[in-house]
Design a protein around this ligand. Structure first.
Ligand SMILES: Nc1ncnc2c1ncn2[C@@H]1O[C@H](COP(=O)(O)OP(=O)(O)OP(=O)(O)O)[C@@H](O)[C@H]1O
Length: 271
């Protein structure tokens, strides 16, 4: 088999990114929690087949912005979003949008691994089953296997698919949650500090996985770790006090940022 070298794969992906259109566009996005305004007219676009990292000090609005991308804010009482967000030119806040369908296209992985208290198999099979993505048991088995493979977990769990997902290690649980997100064939995957509950080895595995997932998915990740943003992302957006301060190529962001606040944050001067 003619295997592409890792460098060649990276180059092909970078080329794909350069040519890619915006998968999601956020225009003048503001978010209010009751009277409190958490985001101020954020304009941020998400490129296809790219990992975009959202960074900034605690409370700056990273998670709030992330949640606007699949309307997870809808679940928070008193939360209001203004502005416009599109997914492939479709206004995701249009009243006609089916939010369940939207969240299948824009999946989410949370900070703390949250597998269902069910078998490993059921954790993955649930989504494809309710979304009608598999017609037969054989097809469902195939989706489960492929999703676990994409999440780099298949070899570790293939002999114990009927065991509980909650019995896995923290790092395995997080990869199970990534497999669960992947199983419904989303186009975008949102990750809110996906490694914050993991040890360094499990973190390295998840980071490697994020890197690989980029070829099939568009990823937006919130992280507190500058090193993580630098390792996994191609684009980085810096937030401060509810404002988007700067968005740039990750390499540039960490070597020669345009904004003094970015410089100060990455140098550890605040945050
Ligand atoms: N459910 C909520 N109700 C009220 N205010 C909220 C809610 N969630 C967030 N906020 C406020 O909105 C602002 C932005 O919070 P957000 O969680 O988006 O920041 P963040 O950058 O992700 O922070 P962290 O890095 O600490 O997770 C903060 O002032 C926060 O207190």
């Amino acid at each position: 088999m003619n295997m592409m070298s890792e460098a060649a794969v990276e180059k092909a992906l970078d080329q794909k990114m350069t040519e890619s259109k915006y998968k999601m566009i956020g225009k003048d996005v503001s978010v209010y929690y009751g009277e409190k305004r958490a985001l101020f007219d954020v304009n941020l676009n998400v490129q296809e087949h790219t990992v975009t990292a959202l960074i900034g000090p605690s409370g700056c609005g990273k998670s709030t912005f992330l949640r606007t991308l699949n309307r997870m804010n809808d679940t928070i009482d008193g939360c209001r979003v203004t502005g416009k967000i599109t997914l492939d030119e479709m206004d995701i806040y249009d009243p006609s949008i089916d939010v369940v369908e939207l969240r299948a296209r824009v999946g989410m992985v949370f900070q703390k691994p949250n597998p269902f208290p069910k078998s490993i198999y059921e954790n993955i099979a649930y989504g494809p089953r309710i979304h009608g993505l598999a017609r037969t048991k054989a097809e469902l088995d195939q989706v489960v296997e492929t999703s676990l493979q994409k999440a780099g977990l298949w070899n570790e769990v293939k002999d114990r698919l009927q065991e509980s997902g909650t019995g896995l290690s923290g790092g395995q649980q997080q990869r199970l949650c990534i497999a669960r997100a992947v199983a419904v064939s989303p186009e975008v995957i949102l990750m809110d500090e996906p490694c914050s509950a993991l040890d360094p080895i499990a973190t390295a595995k998840v980071e490697e996985l994020i890197h690989e997932l980029r070829s099939n998915f568009t990823i937006v990740i919130v992280t507190h770790s500058m090193q993580q943003a630098a390792r996994v992302s191609q684009r980085t957006a810096m937030f401060h006090l509810g404002l988007l301060v700067e968005e740039n190529d990750t390499d540039k962001m960490f070597t020669n940022p345009d904004d003094q606040r970015t410089q100060d944050y990455i140098m550890g001067r605040f945050g």
